[in-house]
Design a protein around this ligand. Sequence first.
Ligand code: G1P
Ligand code: ZN
Length: 542
Amino acid sequence: MIQIVPTTAIEGQKPGTSGLRKKTPVFIRAPYLQNYVQAIFDGIGGVQGKVLVLGGDGRYFNDTAIGVILRMAAANGAARCIVGQGGLLSTPAASNLIRLRGADGGLILSASHNPGGPDADFGLKFNGANGGPASETVSEAIHACTASLREYRIWDGPAPDITGLGEAYLGAMVVEVIDPVADYAEMMARIFDFDALRALFASGFRLRFDAMHAITGPYAREILERRLGAAPGSVVNATPLPDFGGGHPDPNPIWAHALMDTMYATDAPDFGAASDGDGDRNMIVGRSCYVSPSDSLAVLADLAHLAPGYAGGLKGVARSMPTSCAVDRVAEAKGIACFETPTGWKFFGTLLDAGRATLCGEESAGTGSDHVREKDGLWAVLLWLNILAATRKSVAELMADHWARYGRNYYSRHDYEEVDAEAAQALIADLRAALPTLAGQSIGPLKIARADEFAYDDPVDGAHAGAQGLRIFFDGGARLVFRLSGTGTAGATLRVYLERLETDPDQLHLDPQEALAPVITAAEAIAGITARTGRAKPDVIT
Ligand code: G1P
Ligand code: ZN
């Protein structure tokens, strides 16, 4: 029986950089989830007769939310819901399934790398028929529906059990429970040279993959250990837990410090990697050699042709604006286009769909290609492994080669988390107002060449996105970017992105924080971060 439940609009149901993220207790309190799901269905023009993909990263409330969404999809007339067994799907696997099955879209339950649990974070995002995050236009339509919502529709019987594979009916809707890993693993086998990878592991190559108690555990076990022959136990923290073991499933040197310790110890494995809550981010670390995400993107762009899936070369590359410019010089050397987009994977979709870019990346540990329409953590790990297998060089050797050829973009991001929202907004507003006066000023050894606010006009569909970060360029290629996070769930997070190009062969192996010292000083001088936020130093440095 279809129930039509009267409801009232809830304020603040506005999708951010990547869907709607809120504290778990907010999402749990009915009808928060129900309202938002109905707004998604209404915002995309209804789901009558449509096929949807559904799954999440397994965090606390994942299973209950899946049940609610299934009952609402059935009541709204959906024809079929393809659900990952146990309600699990990594974000890239969901993107693949949408494309593979020709679905009309998908709902992914995740707050990505944010912690999970009853007092932590929850999130929900909608991906369209191309498998990618909803565009700005669709996100705005969904947001508009949240504001005018009067009722939601829900099936009043229980949702079918999704712990086993197979099909069941919920009203007239088919609930199809599938293996979350199988199709994804097949796709990886098509892109990469699995024979070469098996030979690499057979030769004694040692790997540690830290799944951080999140969704990639089952995927990494199947692909790296079972199919490619990495030693059993190479994948650690491989069982997805509702609270991710109490940690932040964020693959960076801070939150994945256990992996860093292993990789910097004597007798470290040859290669280390980690992924995040929903499996779209990656961290790459060689023996005593951490690879920054911006550098990783540049190296992958340079050497992707060594993997069968990219043997024909790349059509173009794209990076988010705050990502370092390292990949730009690779693109220049190869004579391919390099696009600069606002922060968030949704801006890559049109370029990938139009065949103008093959590889994309963000400084926030996201890398991906046109195989799906999301960033893809395990894919990045496999591409690195494929390159290592083809070159038989170490990660450190590959990095040294890369910097010697292209120079090194020293890069770091300083995050000030949960700062007072008004203070953060005032900092940005005042800096925005000061931008026209900055050119020509000197701070220590650095002279400001120009300053602006980044805006983007999509070269494919012409959509405009304004206010995407404040940029300050210095003579000689250094750059500072200021923006506020669009994924936080409490207060504001100020992100300061610092970059400096170094081409002197004797200066390519410095500590990034030391190499960036003049840029760090300039950031404080220009924005007055300490005075305005009351923070003497950043909470997280990556
Ligand atoms: C952050 C990252 C951004 C990424 C997003 C979703 O967004 O900076 O690159 O696309 O998470 O994973 P932000 O919090 O900066 O808005
Ligand atoms: Zn993620």
